[in-house]
Design a protein around this ligand. Structure first.
Ligand SMILES: Cc1ncc(COP(=O)(O)O)c(C=O)c1O
Length: 277
């Protein structure tokens, strides 16, 4: 812990010395946004995409990010060198800021934390994972806002049911999972929802890679259609591609990771290995 450095409002400092005012509106009202990326070969993976999404998330909450991309690159280079993880997860957080007169806030706090990044267990990639469903749409879903209340609350239930993620539905359609995007292959076509979701950076890369293999459609995906899916998977920065073999009690396809999912996993692995930054 003593060796861990963070970036806090313009300065790199030991994590233990960073102090957020307890009347920051992110604490009192949950008003804040963030983004999470990882390093590949010690370089931030798809930094521009994550930066642009963070700027957009901030805009949705009428906040302004107090750093440009060039300066962010310099800060991250220094942080990565100082913390020296083999692979790092990087969490950039923008809060609404400290309250003035009890209601107004005008000066956001911006900090960056890093942590050791480790992939999920091999077992999940080889055997596939289970999802459980829940009717829920994230508030201001295009923004990666700090509201993960339901995801955190349902953690116990998720573990009891041995599920990796919660799949959010708007009662009819699949939206996204609590920390990932969702894909299904139906009639040899790859379909992924496109409304009321967070536009994942991994999702964007997978859509591009998949176009070499099969037809891809960003579209409404009624949950009812899942019985016709031959394969399903989820994508996220901290998960890569995880095959989904069960949703609630419904088995997907043959109950094991499908051919196309495995092909995409292989393609994505190569894409990461060849990533130069
Ligand atoms: C709600 C939600 N959807 C999707 C994703 C996947 O986004 P990305 O691929 O950029 O990690 C995340 C990532 O944490 C998320 O929290």
């Amino acid at each position: 812990m003593e060796k861990s450095f963070c970036y806090f409002n313009g300065q790199i400092m030991p994590l233990a010395e960073a102090r957020l005012p307890i009347d920051d509106i992110s604490i009192l009202r949950g008003y804040g946004v963030f983004d999470f990326l990882r390093t590949v070969n010690k370089k931030p993976f798809h930094l521009k995409d994550h930066y642009e999404r963070l700027v957009n998330s901030a805009r949705v909450l009428d906040l302004e990010l107090p750093i440009d991309l060039e300066n962010l690159k310099k800060v991250l280079k220094e942080l990565i060198e100082k913390n020296d993880y083999q692979n790092a997860g990087i969490r950039m957080v923008l809060t609404g800021g400290q309250l003035v007169n009890g209601i107004n806030f005008s000066k956001p706090n911006f900090f960056i934390l890093t942590e050791e990044w480790k992939p999920l267990s091999d077992e999940l990639f080889h055997q596939g994972a289970k999802l459980i469903t829940c009717d829920y749409c994230r508030v201001l879903p295009e923004a990666k806002n700090t509201n993960y209340l339901l995801a955190v609350k349902k953690q116990k239930e998720k573990n009891e049911q041995q599920a990796l993620e919660i799949l959010y539905l708007d009662q009819v359609n699949i939206l996204e999972a609590s920390t990932s995007n969702f894909f299904a292959i139906i009639n040899n076509e790859l379909i992924t929802p496109k409304e009321n979701i967070l536009f994942g950076v991994t999702r964007k890369i997978i859509i591009q890679l998949a176009k070499d293999i099969l037809s891809v459609r960003e579209n409404c995906l009624p949950f009812e259609e899942i019985k016709n899916a031959s394969e399903c998977f989820i994508t996220a920065t901290n998960k890569d591609i995880v095959p989904i073999v069960k949703i609630n009690e419904q088995i997907i396809g043959t109950g094991v990771p499908g051919f196309t999912t495995k092909l995409l996993m292989e393609k994505y692995k190569k894409y990461i290995e060849n990533y130069k930054g």
